[in-house]
Design a binder for this molecule. Structure first.
Ligand code: GDP
Length: 286
């Protein structure tokens, strides 16, 4: 699903989330572990103001585990609770309930002491940009396929609560937020990880961006996969080398960049290059 976000859509999304926030105690902010900042909404702090938040680094099965560790520390240092998860298999999600309880404990204790609330489940909302895995996580946590994807026009659906474990309730529809559009590298990161359709961007540009990153961070994997003796300094020369090795030549001996890009992108998607992350906390130190 690719949503085109316009100011009107953003305002509507925000209004819907503000309504949902009234019903809940804690926000689960879902991001892609491979690009935790690029897959974040730029206004998340403002939108969720006042609500305790748990950052979930999803799709961790595809991310570089060492980099994911750095990201966990990064979010913790910012004072946010964080868990590393894989919504597809459910790995890590059994720790969500306990974390959520921890986050609201103080507030709940106070409310109970004042007699405002009887003991009740912690209520949570999943928030995230499209394709980050919100429905997959809801289905996993629910234990059966109940998450409704997409709205039916003309039908107002009542909010439903999904019971998770003994003391957590999840809203059955997530809050969909827009990604950052600030700079082109964010678009490229979202395209290479599949959050936005690559047809919206130039195919070869996405791969050139990825190769540039791999050259600096995963050179050995490139060498092994494409049988390269050395890694050329220039990303475009690296593109050429891979094209040659894969026989992607056009008449006159020119490299067929589109074909080469297709091969590399397929390799990335099918994890032939291993588990990869496309940004690190150190990239953001000014
Ligand atoms: P939503 O738009 O945020 O609701 O995203 P979806 O739940 O539809 O997921 C988008 C894609 O990501 C689907 O193809 C999922 O199977 C996949 N996905 C979701 N979570 C994970 C995960 O933790 N690991 C992997 N490998 N794929 C995931």
């Amino acid at each position: 699903m690719t949503i085109q976000w316009f100011p009107g859509h953003m305002a509507k999304a925000r209004r819907e989330i503000t309504e949902k926030l009234k019903l809940i105690d804690v926000v689960f902010e879902l991001v892609d572990a491979r690009v935790p900042l690029a897959s974040r909404n730029p206004m998340i702090d403002e939108i969720t103001a006042g609500k305790p938040r748990l950052v979930l680094l999803n799709k961790a099965d595809m991310a570089d585990p060492e980099v994911t560790k750095l990201w966990s520390e990064y979010f913790e240092q910012k004072g946010l609770a964080v868990l590393v998860i894989n919504s597809k298999t459910g790995q890590g999600i059994n720790r969500i309930e306990a974390k959520a309880k921890e986050l609201v404990k103080e507030k709940f204790d106070k409310m109970r002491a004042k007699g405002i609330v009887k003991p009740r489940a912690v209520r949570a909302l999943i928030l995230g940009i499209p394709n980050v895995g919100k429905s997959t996580l809801i289905n996993r946590m629910a234990g059966k396929n109940i998450a409704v994807t997409g709205d039916k026009p003309g039908v107002t659906k009542k909010q439903q609560w999904i019971k998770v474990g003994s003391s957590l309730e999840l809203l059955d529809t997530p809050g969909i937020l827009w990604p950052k559009f600030e700079d082109q590298s964010i678009g490229l990161k979202l395209a290479v990880t599949g959050a936005i359709k690559e047809t919206l961007l130039d195919f070869t540009e996405i791969v050139l961006f990825a190769l540039k990153y791999f050259k600096d961070h995963y050179p050995a994997r490139l060498q092994e996969r494409y049988n390269l003796e050395t890694i050329p300094e220039e990303p475009i020369a690296l593109f050429d080398e891979i094209g040659k090795k894969r026989g992607c030549l056009m008449s006159g001996g020119h490299i067929d960049y589109e074909k080469t890009a297709e091969i590399v992108l397929r390799d990335i998607r099918s994890e032939k290059l291993g588990r990869l992350s496309y940004e690190r906390p150190e990239d953001f130190i000014q």
